[in-house]
Design a binder for this molecule. Structure first.
Ligand code: F6R
Length: 613
């Protein structure tokens, strides 16, 4: 949610910043801008459009600057126009700042500054930071940029990832983090800073993840960090982490967009998730990141998954797996609800915080709330070094590889695969038989080729999606194992195609929503190979009897002509079937959106990592 990037070194800073912004564009794409220092002056370029528009505006003339900051925006305060695009400056154009997050006391700070005669140029919360830092520097010739930033941030409430540029100190950048991610990239006589490693990996894989409350001063050849609490007394240099990704992981590699690329990466993503984690001999799973011994695993009385959006639906699928394989009561709840509802935290419950990015503010806050109340929480995250992963301290790494498209596909799949591993582990220290465990182990091993088989049917799924893409509304119907699948299918369709899609439990249809069924309202009905096939077939008949078109997604034989269109899913181990059912629904949403001409990787109003409330 907003991408920030900074560079200081020997290169021409502008192309480095533009390239970084291009990599970060999935975090927000309302507007973009950058500031560099050339011949002692700030040079600012902004656009209300995409990073490509910024690139066009800049042209390809070599620049004169070797230091600068850039930003791609997901608007919170102020409409997404050129004026409100970052970077923002003080009135004297000495300081430029880019910001990811929300300054909660911006109104009060703005009122105070206005009262002191400061004139604001934008509607953003960020601008007051440029004024405040400039005023700190004006007040004392001795003050360093870092001291001015620290003094300013002590007055600020809210979440931020920030980078400051000062024309009077062109040999440095000062950056700060509180609730929004920031990572430093260490190069040879050059340094980078960005909201995530995607912007850095083509230059360096040596990175430093900043912690909340940390401020760093970055020069071309060195850096140090300090804390808001400790001030200059806390200066330190941190041990770098080597990033396990390279620039190719962020390339399209022949695909026209990231969503389809990531859909096609799922067989490999699943292979990575299970690699070295299946124990054939004892028919169980090995999860090195879970710091719980057999006794502690056995003492868990309940499992609760917390996540937002698709991560919550993945948690619902995980809860079903835990109940079925381990016979422990389990459920999932949106982290955004949990954090606000004063939950009763039970010490015998294992809480699992689920997040692709590891940054989602609501999920992070839920984790912090849990820890405050003594809950045992582990992470299930995809991004190494992310805030949620670090806050949890232990858990399961998803191994999906970098996910760029806003609509989650391979990360969601790997969440559920990992929950199957966790359920197997929990089940095998309880009542799950070795024979059943072996079936699940084999079922997990078979998933990659089964997913590849579904991908081979893309053309047929696309034809069905095209047939129904013009519908204004659609139902996604499922029950029990099919219910979270229906929810996730509806979520995918609405976020990238903007078709109104509503998920309903099959049994609930007759208690109200059936009134909506008519010829213009297609229903996607999920029919797995479980004990409820007859019930699901009867649901299809109820919809058909009222003139509603039905698209059946099924791993069983259903009567000829029952549905208007049928998408076939291979049979898997029954508990694992939801993992396979998600795949055709991703393709269905993708092709409906493509038919409608949507910008698939950058759906309107959305951004990949939601680091604000
Ligand atoms: C949907 C989607 C979102 C995310 C949600 C949580 O395709 O991507 O609903 O699942 O914003 O994000 P993470 O998993 O990063 O916490």
């Amino acid at each position: 949610m907003c991408g920030i990037v900074g560079y200081i070194g020997k290169r021409d800073a502008t192309p480095v910043l533009v390239e970084g912004l291009h990599r970060l564009e999935y975090r927000g794409y309302d507007s973009a801008g950058l500031a560099v220092i050339a011949r002692g002056r700030l040079q600012l370029t902004k656009t209300a459009g995409r990073v490509q528009d910024l690139r066009d505006k800049l042209g390809d003339k070599p620049g004169k600057a070797t230091v600068g900051i850039g930003h791609t925006r997901w608007a919170t305060h102020g409409e997404p126009n050129e004026t409100n695009a970052h970077p923002h400056t003080d009135a004297g154009h000495r300081i430029a700042v880019v910001h990811n997050g929300i300054i909660e006391n911006a109104e009060a700070l703005r009122a105070q500054l206005t009262g002191e005669g400061v004139r604001f140029a934008t509607e953003t919360d960020t601008e007051c930071l440029a004024h405040l830092v400039a005023r700190e520097l004006e007040a004392s010739d001795e003050a360093t940029l870092e001291e001015a930033v620290v003094a300013t941030l002590r007055r600020v409430e809210g979440a931020y990832g920030l980078a400051f540029l000062d024309t009077k100190n062109p040999d440095q950048l000062v950056v700060a983090r509180n609730g929004s991610p920031l990572v430093l990239g260490l190069g040879e006589s050059e340094m980078f800073v960005a909201s995530d490693v995607a912007a850095l990996v083509r230059y360096t894989r040596q990175v430093i993840y900043l912690d909340d409350g940390e401020v760093a001063t970055i020069k071309a050849t060195d850096y140090h960090t300090t804390t808001l609490a400790g001030g200059a007394a806390g200066n330190s240099v941190k041990t770098p982490t080597v990033v396990d990704a390279d620039a190719d992981d962020y390339e399209l590699g022949g695909f026209s967009d990231y969503m389809r690329k990531e859909i096609y990466e799922q067989p490999d993503a699943i292979r990575r998730a299970v690699m070295g984690r299946l124990d054939e001999r004892f028919a169980t799973a090995k999860l090195g990141g879970v710091n719980l011994d057999a006794r502690e695993l056995r003492n868990i009385k309940r499992v609760k998954f917390l996540g937002c959006g698709s991560a919550y639906y993945a948690g619902q699928m995980g809860a079903a797996l835990v109940e079925e394989l381990a016979r422990i009561p389990a459920d999932a709840e949106p982290a955004s609800e949990f954090r606000y509802r004063s939950p009763v935290v039970d010490p015998d419950t294992l809480y699992v915080a689920v997040s692709q990015s590891g940054e989602t503010s609501d999920t992070l806050m839920a984790v912090q709330e849990l820890k405050r109340k003594g809950g045992q929480v582990m992470g299930a995250v995809n991004v190494v070094g992310s805030a949620i992963g670090r806050e949890c301290g232990h858990g399961i790494f998803l191994h999906a590889g970098p996910e760029v498209a806003v609509a989650s596909t391979k990360a969601l799949t790997n969440m559920v695969v990992n929950f199957a591993l966790l359920s197997l582990l929990l089940g095998r220290v309880r009542d799950l038989s070795a024979a059943h465990g072996t079936r699940v182990v084999n079922g997990l091993r078979n998933l990659p080729s089964q997913v590849a088989g579904i991908l081979n049917a893309e053309a047929e799924i696309a034809a069905i999606a095209h047939r129904y893409a013009e519908a204004e509304h659609m139902f996604f119907i499922g029950r029990v194992r099919g219910w979270p699948v229906a929810r996730e299918g509806a979520q995918k369709l609405k976020e990238i195609s903007y078709v109104h899609a509503e998920a309903y439990q099959a049994g609930e249809l007759k208690h109200g929503p059936l009134a909506l069924i008519q010829h213009e309202m297609p229903s996607v009905v999920v029919i797995p190979a479980d004990d409820l096939i007859a019930k699901n077939i009867s649901t299809v008949e109820q919809i058909k009897a009222r003139g509603g078109p039905v698209i059946a997604v099924t791993s069983v034989e259903i009567p000829d002509g029952l549905a208007d269109a049928t998408i076939r899913v291979p049979r898997a181990e029954p508990e694992l079937e939801p993992i396979l059912f998600n795949i055709p629904l991703q393709l269905f949403a993708y092709h409906a959106a493509a038919k409608l001409g949507r910008d698939i990787d950058k759906p309107r109003n959305l951004a990949k990592s939601v680091t604000v409330e």
